[in-house]
Ligand binder design. Structure first.
Ligand code: SF4
Length: 416
């Protein structure tokens, strides 16, 4: 059947620490950490989220941290508390670097060092840019950022002269338009010129609004011809990751992207007691902690499991993606995360990827692309969509009482 579009529910722009967004459970503040955070500072951030918000914290699909349940009085206090912590936060233009620190032995170059230079150059440029514009710096390691969309993406590649950065525009790794390859010491100047080209098209412009010729005109001087990069297997942050010098990091996922501040703080404290010094929020709604030794990895995995985190990439909860829905989101029409937990309990463990998307409304925040099965909340019932998005017109509608029976009926196609 044809994929007709329902009207999405439109809400405000990006919520920031200083400009939180109204949701169903109060104000939501989002912060994009500029790399791994000091583990004690992260525990203090969790304590502040519990004190000033409702205690619910989230890590988004892009790895941003979100704190829910703030109010007009507590939000500024929370913001100033976080600003006083030993945590670097990205400015108005998020520059997202590979989640592991620069001692990732699988990386070709240090993404965080490049990203830090970029942030400084962008701040100094004074450019007025669109609120959702973003830049990615991928060091070329195993925990790559290929699935994330960005206006400008730099990805480390091997060349005859050593590692350099492949520059591409507007999209994820598969869809972005490649411009060429730049030496890392020229990256700041190049990216600033590319951003100035976008800014010249207006304060709401994105890279996709600008003709490639305009970018080539400002970039040609420092770019070498583009190099072909083979598609990579999806990155998986859950599990143990080797660092240089024999150390490891462990990755766990938040159940449907959400956890209580007490549980996050508890995990951070156990990790710190076992030698970990940093925590990083990472794409795929995951959290990385390190450095630890391998044995500590098993101790932490057991502790994280006990606290409700996902410690196995095959966990059925990773097969269901859900937005908060009601009551957390003001636009929600169904309790999406509660339903997601019920659905996950019916699915077998598998690495087969996302099987079901539960969306509180037609906006589809948690998973904008197609899923094998999408359940979307409507005013009266649940819309059922196969191989479409939350915006696709549902094939049919079911009542709440029939929903799990409906999902069981679909188990064969869902699990295929
Ligand atoms: S998709 Fe979910 S989070 Fe997004 S607006 Fe709708 S209910 Fe809210």
């Amino acid at each position: 059947m044809s994929a007709q579009m329902n009207t999405p529910v439109v809400r405000g722009a990006c919520p920031r620490l200083s400009s939180p967004m109204q949701t169903g459970d109060g104000l939501l503040a989002r912060l994009v950490p500029a790399g791994p955070m000091d583990i004690a500072a992260f525990a203090e951030l969790c304590a502040a989220a519990r004190k000033h918000g409702n205690g619910i914290m989230e890590i988004s699909a892009r790895g941003s941290l979100q704190v829910r349940g703030l109010n007009p009085t507590s939000a500024p206090i929370f913001a100033s508390t976080v600003e006083g912590l030993d945590i670097d936060i990205c400015g108005d233009v998020p520059v997202i670097a590979s989640p592991l620190p620069d001692d990732d032995p699988s990386a070709l170059l240090g993404a965080h060092a490049v990203a830090a230079d970029l942030r400084e150059a962008i701040a100094a440029s004074g450019l007025i840019l669109a609120p959702k514009l973003s830049v990615i710096v991928d060091g070329g390691g195993r925990l790559h950022l290929d699935a994330l969309r960005a206006d400008i993406r730099l990805c480390a590649v091997s060349t005859a002269e050593g590692p350099k950065l492949l520059v591409s525009l507007a999209g994820d790794a598969a869809t972005a338009t490649a411009l060429g390859v730049v030496a890392s010491h020229d990256a700041s100047e190049l990216v600033t010129n590319l951003l100035a080209t976008i800014a010249a098209h207006g304060p709401a412009a994105r890279a996709s609004d600008v003709k490639v010729d305009a970018f080539q005109a400002v970039a040609r001087a420092c770019l070498a011809p583009t190099t072909r990069v083979a598609p990579r297997s999806p990155a998986e942050a859950i599990g143990l990751h080797r660092l240089k010098g024999g150390a490891c990091a462990i990755g766990v996922a938040l159940e449907f992207g959400q956890a209580h501040a007490d549980d996050l703080m508890g995990l951070a404290r156990i990790a710190a007691a076992n030698g970990a010094t940093w925590v990083a929020s990472a794409p795929g709604r995951t959290l990385l902690l390190g450095p630890i030794d391998e044995m500590t990895g098993f101790v932490l995995a057991t502790a994280a499991d006990g606290l409700g985190f996902v410690v196995d990439a095959r966990d059925a909860r990773r097969r269901v993606v859900a937005c908060p829905g009601t009551p957390s989101c003001a636009s929600g029409l169904i309790a999406a995360r509660a339903l997601a937990a019920d659905i996950a309990a019916t699915l077998p463990a598998s690495e087969a990827g996302i099987a079901v998307h539960v969306s509180g409304c037609t906006k589809g925040c948690a998973h904008p692309t197609a899923a094998p099965l999408t359940i979307v909340g409507t005013e009266q019932d649940y819309g059922i969509v196969h191989n479409g998005t939350a915006r696709t017109r549902p094939e049919r509608h079911v009542e709440a009482s029939d929903l799990l029976a409906e999902i069981n009926k679909m188990r064969e196609p869902v699990n295929a």
